[in-house]
Design a protein around this ligand. Structure first.
Ligand code: NAD
Length: 480
């Protein structure tokens, strides 16, 4: 490609959003933004440093002095303003998610819309949450915890930002947001949208940069009272450990290795498309992805045939094409990670039913992998235990319902799971025995008032609805 043509398309971001204005980055380092469909540089973004972060924290601290005392009605008004402002940018947010991240059009839009809905959902939850209760001579109030640091992952930038911000605003907290450095173009559109909501200065601040610099300062700084984090277990562990030094409250939304239990009475014409949609959600780059499909041995051959047939619909390619089901991986590193797990699966003796190593034919330029289904997988294999974060499904056979439940729970994770079966009473009985923060029955469905979060290594605390707001509140009792 000729250099001048390339330069024309490169967007440069040199500012952070601090105290209601775009402020030149003090941090001098910068990084390229690479388009995952072809590996080309499409942007260059300044990386904030500790000084940028401290400025943002100071702005949030100043704003908290009055924002922390706002009434429910005022917060509700701000949430409505945010909802209106971000709603107006749904098309732009979807387009930039497809371009920068490679999110497939059909799913990217849903994620952005869920982000927008988070403001309305938080408003509803706030109305129903009593912030003051009294009995006898006792009064209990729920007070905002203080300045919150919001640190987010790259796989659903708009959703994470809106969700965390909505809960924090509903609680009366001011925030400093550090989105993933791999979502900088998406974050810029979001900043423009949020700015249009005209919240008081300093209520939300956004510093783009590296986790080890900007994120670490948020975790370390004594003026930050709470960290709400979405990302990997390794970083979550470091945050929990380092946050202890300043006794911060932490919410950690971490990884998963979610099981989908196919019961022996499941109707395969519905169950297999559902299981595959769960597995390849967001091109497999989803914390909730149902990457372990547990199948009764009595129906294994039938299931394999149904998967082979149905996989024809799971086309890989241009994420902007509304028919595409699986887009590229976010980066070269993520491409290599997924490939290494596919290799590992083969080495450990699992059998490739569909997909396998290497780029799909005709898609050699970007970070595309083949959606892959392994059969003959044992639950103790690496591919069944570790989070791959790509479109790789492990089919694991079981004999009886109790064994399926045992295998499902035999994981360090416990974020999400699914049960597919015709007898709803039986499906519910199984669901109640799963150790996961959320269980869906017969479909990938959502309820923005229901808690989201994990058991075990999948995290600490919950988001969404009243649970999400409570995570930014401190109970205080006044006794006369
Ligand atoms: P990551 O942990 O590498 O990064 C997440 C964020 O943490 C980024 O903003 C990063 O810059 C920052 N960070 C990195 N090091 C830091 C440090 N030392 N201190 C503070 N912040 C730091 O995760 P990722 O690769 O962006 O996202 C993928 C992971 O996120 C997967 O494990 C996935 O399961 C998980 N995830 C979980 C949920 C959920 O709701 N449970 C949702 C989406 C993704």
């Amino acid at each position: 490609m000729n250099t001048s043509a390339q330069e024309e398309t490169v967007q440069t971001i040199t500012t952070h959003y601090i105290d209601g204005a775009l402020v030149k980055s003090h941090g001098r380092e910068a990084m390229n933004v690479i388009r995952p469909t072809d590996g080309k540089v499409i942007g260059r973004v300044a990386l904030g440093d500790e000084e940028d972060t401290r400025l943002a924290i100071a702005a949030a601290k100043r704003a908290f002095a009055s924002f922390g005392r706002t009434t429910k009605e005022e917060r509700s008004r701000y949430l409505r303003q945010l909802h209106t402002a971000v709603s107006a940018r749904i098309d732009d947010l979807t387009a930039v998610m497809i371009e920068e991240y490679g999110g497939v059009a059909r799913f990217a839009r849903l994620l952005v819309e869920s982000g927008v809905n988070a403001f309305a959902a938080a408003d509803k939850a706030l109305q129903e949450l009593p912030l003051r209760e009294s009995w006898g001579k006792t009064t209990v109030t729920l007070e905002p915890v203080g300045v919150a640091g919001l640190i987010t992952a790259w796989n659903a930038n708009a959703l994470f930002i809106c969700l965390k911000l909505a809960s924090a605003i509903a609680a009366g907290c001011t925030v400093v947001l550090k989105p993933s450095e791999f979502s900088s173009l998406q974050t810029r559109v979001m900043v423009e949208a949020l700015n249009a909501a005209e919240l008081p200065k300093g209520v939300f601040n956004v510093v783009t940069g590296l986790g080890t610099v900007v994120g670490a300062e948020l975790v370390r700084n004594p003026d930050v009272a709470k960290i709400s984090f979405t990302g990997s277990v390794a970083v979550g562990e470091a945050i929990m450990r380092d946050a202890a030094a300043t006794m911060k409250r932490v919410t950690l939304e971490l990884g998963g290795k979610s099981p989908t239990i196919l019961l022996d009475d499941a109707a395969l014409d519905k169950a297999i498309p559902t299981a595959l949609t769960l597995a390849f959600l967001n091109s497999g780059q989803a914390c909730a992805a149902g990457t372990r499909l547990l199948v009764p041995k009595s129906r294994l051959d039938e299931v394999k045939r149904a998967i082979r047939d149905e996989m024809r619909a799971f086309t890989v390619g241009n994420p902007a094409d509304p028919n595409t089901m699986v887009g590229p991986m976010v980066s070269q590193k993520q491409y290599e990670r997924v490939e290494s797990y596919i290799r590992k699966g083969i080495e450990e003796g699992a059998e490739v039913l569909v997909g396998g190593e290497g780029h799909p034919k005709g898609l050699e330029a970007g970070y595309f992998v083949k959606p892959t289904v392994f059969v003959n997988v044992k639950n103790d294999m690496t591919i069944a235990q570790e989070e791959i974060f790509g479109p790789v499904l492990c089919v694991i056979a079981y004999d009886a319902e109790e064994e399926a439940i045992r295998i499902a729970n035999d994981s360090k994770y416990g974020l999400h799971s699914a049960v597919l079966g015709s007898d709803i009473v039986r499906a519910r009985r199984v669901a109640f025995q799963l150790r996961a923060g959320r269980v869906v029955i017969n479909n990938m469905t959502d309820d923005p008032q229901a808690p989201w979060g994990g058991f075990k290594y999948s995290g600490v605390g919950r988001e969404y609805g009243k649970y999400g707001i409570e995570a930014f509140l401190e109970p205080k009792a006044i006794l006369e």
